[in-house]
Ligand binder design. Structure first.
Ligand code: SF4
Ligand code: MG
Length: 324
């Protein structure tokens, strides 16, 4: 498998006032890759920068720095006009399907709209394509003549997925796509996406605060904390052998049915610190149950610890062990 997308040192900083203490590092030097046909999960608490990361990737928000390689091309460097055209390869599905659907448009037109924006096909071929994707997400042709308010949350998310799918993208970024839905509906929507992944080898970046959902749905997982990726591994590896103290704490808070059930529960104290004024050294040190003196002054780097298992924690950086 080759990476479909490779993200290198992606940053999104916001200036929030005057002086150097007023830079909000929403995304701070994030690097990862996603293979073709893979479902890559990004998990973290709200405010950790995962949504900003997803949007910066496809330049719905302009990144401050970094590279985003899509099939050999750095799309972070593309001029705006080319980028607009490129965006049909990378679509996004949002958390709140209702807010992202135009209430005055019929569902057919909502789904067709990206094709018109990208100047794709004839009226007839567009119609066929809309019917095709509607079928793939379980919407009937009759339903396409209705308006978004006539649909339930789960059905609206089907519309959102169909709209993302219609331009035949290579990558779909799904940003908390089921968080607003009832648990009973969540699996229906996840199954639609899983089916698209399996049938068309469609690649997903799946952003969620919900570890259970990520565990169920994703192949590989990246854990984010305060704008940084702190651990990346295959989902089975991450759930059975978590290395970062933050991941360990998140997993220990899950109900006992998980493979790590023998582990003791770790309670994280305190709130997530403000990203405008993050702690020195390892930004997790204010909440870390394993904190060492050096963690307050030394920033760990995301490093390959075992094959296919990256972690950013000084417990695993051999060169600093002597200073512990
Ligand atoms: Fe905890 Fe130190 Fe590792 Fe940070 S570097 S996660 S504070 S042990
Ligand atoms: Mg797959």
């Amino acid at each position: 498998t080759k990476p479909l997308i490779e993200v290198k040192h992606l940053k999104k900083y916001y200036e929030t006032g005057h002086g150097k203490n007023h830079v909000l590092k929403a995304v701070d030097d994030v690097s990862f890759h996603v293979n073709k046909g893979e479902i890559f999960g990004i998990v973290g608490e709200s405010g950790c920068g995962k949504s900003t990361m997803g949007k910066s990737l496809i330049r719905l928000i302009e990144p401050t720095a970094g590279e985003v390689w899509l099939e050999g091309e750095d799309i972070a460097q593309l001029p705006a006009k080319q980028m607009r055209q490129k965006r049909q390869d990378m679509q996004i599905v949002f958390q709140d399907p209702f807010a992202s659907l135009n209430p005055r448009m019929k569902v057919f037109n909502i789904i067709e709209e990206p094709l018109i924006n990208f100047n794709t096909g004839t009226k007839q071929s567009r119609k066929e394509r809309v019917y095709e994707v509607a079928k793939q997400v379980g919407l009937t042709e009759k339903q396409l003549e209705r308006y978004p308010h006539e649909f339930s949350g789960g059905q609206r998310q089907r519309i959102g997925i169909a709209r993302a799918l219609v331009s035949n993208p290579k990558l779909i970024i799904a940003d908390e796509p089921v968080s607003a839905l009832d648990v009973s509906i969540q699996s229906q929507v996840l199954n639609i996406m899983k089916d698209l992944n399996e049938r068309f080898d469609l690649t997903f970046i799946f952003i969620s605060h919900d570890l259970n959902v990520v565990h169920h749905f994703c192949d590989r997982i990246g854990v984010m904390y305060l704008g940084k990726l702190v651990e990346v591994a295959d989902k089975h590896e991450l759930f059975t052998n978590p290395k970062h103290p933050y991941t360990q704490a998140l997993l220990s808070a899950l109900p006992k049915s998980h493979p790590n059930e023998s582990k003791q529960r770790t309670i994280l104290h305190g709130d997530v610190p403000s990203p405008t004024n993050p702690p020195s050294g390892c930004t997790f040190h204010t909440r870390c149950p394993n904190v060492m003196a050096i963690c307050k002054t030394h920033s760990p780097q995301l490093q390959m610890h075992e094959p296919e298992h990256q972690v950013s924690c000084l417990l695993y950086e051999e060169e600093v062990v002597v200073h512990k």
